[in-house]
Design a protein around this ligand. Structure first.
Ligand SMILES: Nc1nc2c(c(=O)[nH]1)N[C@H]1C(S)=C(S)[C@@H](COP(=O)(O)OP(=O)(O)OC[C@H]3O[C@@H](n4cnc5c(N)ncnc54)[C@H](O)[C@@H]3O)O[C@H]1N2
Ligand code: MOO
Length: 411
């Protein structure tokens, strides 16, 4: 186990993240899928465009196409044909001539400029142009979006809805992606009751696995939910062994602190190995990272806020690397805090806030109020973390603080 620290026994947050990512070996297995199945999947090869997009010069307006040199000599041009989207004009369009053209229709080789119909007067077969045009006006050029043989998306990219549209515009129907990860979720605690069960004295509804499963949905992994495992060493060992046999990654929550019923770390040590335990961060101090024989292991603290924040800031970046996916750096800003912020030196704080612009156009942040590790609504109502360095003490209203915007899967 690594032991180091700003606060004795606690590993600084950045060092924990770095150590954990260094311990993750990305999967290499790939599979072939159709484009319609590809949302959120991770490309296992670069995608090179087989065609120009658009494939031909086409009009950006409904109007008239002509050679720019023609209009320099005449203010009216003779209409000789019509090009519709999907039904191009294949004839000639010589000096003094123009064609009717619709948005998206192919521009004939003889033409290089388009005028919109609102600026034209048509009398019989003659089109009068009200104003001179620049060469190339309203022309969308072949390949102006994507050139043939251009690398459009790189290996490791997670495909968005827009990416799928781009790939469809290239005519791509099948893709090779990295296989989906299998991720096991285990909630530990005698007090935890599944939804639908009656709450006895001292019980609460189990909520971590629901929120975690929702966050993981955005990573497009297969979630294997083990539900609630009671605070019993043998039961937890059995659940970890079963999860390890099925999953690439095991995420537990609860039982990772120092209480009499906290078995997570003990069992991890028995059947696997711990890389580190305890981070100088708040919330999330007792987070544990390690390995089981076949999988990587993330031991999240049970407190709901601590579980979500460590999932977001530690487990998910590790899963993204395991997926062989390129990481997208978080957006970091600075803002003026509108309230005092309570903070003791020792751990890096990830307080929850709402960032916005004030009437002077300055970025300001409001705390979401009580920052207790059990107050899950402190995340639900926030849109960012207020990141306060470990050594920082109390912050006064009006001071500038570091902000990290929430990821789209979060809150
Ligand atoms: N003597 C010490 N006590 C504690 C320390 C410490 O350093 N010394 N650390 C505190 C910190 S910080 C945290 S965070 C918690 C984490 O403890 P555990 O990971 O062992 O979590 P539990 O004790 O099992 O649960 C804590 C809390 O969260 C509720 N919980 C647990 N799982 C769920 C779930 N799946 N859904 C909803 N709520 C859940 C549980 O009922 C408890 O209230 O330890 C501190 N203690
Ligand atoms: O780290 Mo605990 O998460 O402070 O409550």
């Amino acid at each position: 186990m690594v032991d180091c620290c700003s606060t004795p026994g606690l590993m600084p947050f950045e060092q924990a993240l770095e150590t954990m990512l260094a311990g993750i070996t990305p999967i290499t297995e790939v599979e072939s899928i159709t484009l319609t199945e590809s949302l959120g999947r991770v490309l296992s090869t670069d995608i090179t465009s087989p065609i120009n997009v658009p494939p031909h010069n086409n009009s950006a307006m409904d109007g008239y196409a002509f050679a720019h040199a023609s209009l320099a000599q005449h203010s009216s041009l003779i209409l000789v044909g019509r090009s519709m989207a999907g039904q191009p004009y294949e004839g000639a369009c010589g000096k003094g001539e123009c064609i009717r053209i619709m948005t998206g229709a192919k521009i004939p080789a003889d033409c290089d400029t388009v005028e919109m119909q609102e600026n034209c007067q048509v009398v019989d077969n003659s089109v009068k142009f009200e104003a001179p045009r620049e060469l190339g006006d309203h022309v969308r050029y072949a390949g102006e979006d994507i050139n043939k043989n251009q690398v459009v998306f790189s290996k490791g990219r997670r495909l968005s809805a827009i990416d799928i549209g781009v790939l469809a515009s290239l005519g791509i129907q099948e893709l090779t992606v990295f296989r989906k990860l299998n991720v096991a979720l285990i909630a530990t605690g005698d007090e935890l009751k599944a939804l639908g069960e009656p709450l006895g004295s001292g019980d609460i509804f189990e909520s971590n696995s629901y929120a975690l499963a929702g966050m993981l949905e955005n990573l497009n992994v297969n979630v294997i939910n083990f539900g609630v495992i009671v605070d019993d060493e043998a039961a937890i060992r059995e659940a970890f062994i079963q999860a390890d046999a099925l999953a690439d990654a095991v995420i537990s929550s609860g039982g990772v602190s120092v209480g009499d019923a906290d078995y997570t770390k003990l069992v991890l040590e028995q059947i696997g190995e711990i890389a580190f335990w305890k981070i100088a961060m708040k919330p999330g101090k007792p987070f544990a990272f390690g390995k089981l024989p076949n999988s990587v292991f993330f031991g999240l603290p049970g407190n709901p806020v601590s579980a979500m924040v460590t999932a977001d800031l530690l487990a998910i970046p590790a899963l993204i690397k395991l997926q062989n996916c390129l990481a997208v750096p978080p957006i970091k800003l600075k803002a003026k805090t509108l309230t005092d912020l309570r903070k003791s030196p020792g751990r890096m704080d990830f307080q929850r806030g709402v960032i916005s612009y004030n009437n002077n156009g300055e970025l300001v942040v409001n705390s979401t109020g009580s920052q207790g590790s059990g107050i899950l609504t402190s995340i639900a109502s926030a849109n960012c973390y207020i990141v306060l360095p470990a050594e920082q003490g109390r912050v006064k209203a009006g001071e500038i603080v570091n902000i990290r915007l929430f990821e789209r899967y979060f809150a």
